[in-house]
Design a protein around this ligand. Structure first.
Ligand SMILES: Cc1cc2nc3c(=O)[nH]c(=O)nc-3n(C[C@H](O)[C@H](O)[C@H](O)COP(=O)(O)OP(=O)(O)OC[C@H]3O[C@@H](n4cnc5c(N)ncnc54)[C@H](O)[C@@H]3O)c2cc1C
Ligand code: FES
Length: 299
């Protein structure tokens, strides 16, 4: 294994805090902290050694710090048994964590203007990204949304780190009422964004892609597709992505992602295997005019 591949470690919990609607767990994990790059996640075992919850739960890394040799923080809301169990952890408990997993966000070579868009807990991976971009001299503008004020992620930090921070809520309890994508076009224009980075639910990423495309700028997305093994074996997390050769492949969000070029993800086909995906029942290597397949692809 490379020095920069994921490691599995049992890490002591340093702290568990409430942050609005979320819990923040910080673990002491120097080997993960030193390998980590923005966009990667950790896969956490839940329920204890005798638990029937066999599958690890994935969480984006929200922060790494040099404290105690290297700490790693992730934030989550309670959704089911795994996150409920995690919310009951206390400092000095041990957590079995694999990380950092997945491909990170690519960083621009030059100091460009970057709009960072996060829906709910999808804001998490954008904070280490914002720090990395700032270190490269990039301008950062945040657009963060949530169902209600307590679900908008780290608003105070966003204001501190970014040139501008725009907030939206579905219920209008904080910032602009409506989806996070509603003010994005204006933010792109006012901040002269060169690139958009986004994380959140698939419908939000699809709409973010439409806005970025209308403004003619590239998009990098981190998907939160449901995962089982988290190691590339089970194929439960596959997403249809168009390769440089124009061929759609079902790629694994856990190890081929979670970061993809937004314009390459076939958002409308997520959850299905498109007929023209490599290996799908209707797939042919080179569709020829007149064989029906080229007509379907065109139409
Ligand atoms: C790469 C990645 C990064 C993630 N980062 C974060 C994060 O930073 N903070 C956070 O709160 N959550 C994050 N999630 C989602 C988190 O992993 C799930 O909420 C968690 O696994 C639920 O476990 P559970 O046992 O509590 O609930 P389960 O019983 O497993 O599920 C409870 C409910 O949540 C739904 N659910 C489970 N996983 C997802 C998912 N990925 N997307 C949408 N719905 C889901 C289930 O369908 C079910 O309805 C991330 C997911 C991925 C794939
Ligand atoms: S979660 Fe098993 S292959 Fe991705």
């Amino acid at each position: 294994m490379s020095d920069y591949g994921p490691v599995q470690i049992r890490c002591p919990v340093l702290s568990v805090r409430r942050v609005d609607a979320y819990y923040a767990i910080t673990v002491v994990a120097p080997q993960i902290a030193e390998r980590f790059r923005a966009g990667q996640f950790v896969a956490v075992a839940v329920g204890g050694e005798a638990s029937a919850m066999l599958l690890r739960r994935p969480f984006a890394v929200h922060d790494v710090k040099p404290d105690y040799g290297g700490t790693v923080e992730f934030l989550f809301s309670v959704r089911g048994p795994g996150t409920s169990w995690l919310s009951e952890r206390r400092s000095r408990d041990l957590l079995d964590v694999v990380g950092p997993v997945g491909r990170p966000f690519p960083l621009p070579r030059d100091p460009v203007n970057c709009a960072l868009v996060g829906g709910g807990s999808g804001g998490a991976p954008l904070f280490p990204l914002a720090h990395a971009l700032r270190r490269r001299g990039c301008r950062v503008d945040f657009v963060l949304g949530g169902a209600s004020a307590d679900r908008v992620f780290s608003a105070i930090t966003a204001r501190r780190v970014a040139e501008t921070a725009t907030f939206t809520t579905d219920d209008g309890s904080f910032g602009v009422r409506g989806p996070v994508t509603a003010p994005l076009g204006r933010v792109i224009e006012e901040s002269r964004s060169d690139v958009v980075y986004a994380c959140g639910p698939m419908p939000m990423l699809r709409e973010t892609g439409a806005v970025a495309s209308r403004h003619g700028i590239p998009l990098q997305v981190a998907v939160e597709e449901t995962m089982a093994c988290g190691t590339g074996l089970c194929m439960s997390c596959v997403v249809p992505v168009v390769g440089e050769d124009g061929v759609t492949r079902m790629v694994r969000a856990c190890i081929d992602g979670p970061v993809f070029r937004g314009e390459r993800v076939r958002f409308d086909d997520v959850g299905t295997i498109p007929f023209d995906a490599l290996g799908a029942p209707g797939w042919k290597a080179r569709p020829e005019p007149g064989d029906g397949m080229a007509d379907r692809a065109a139409g």
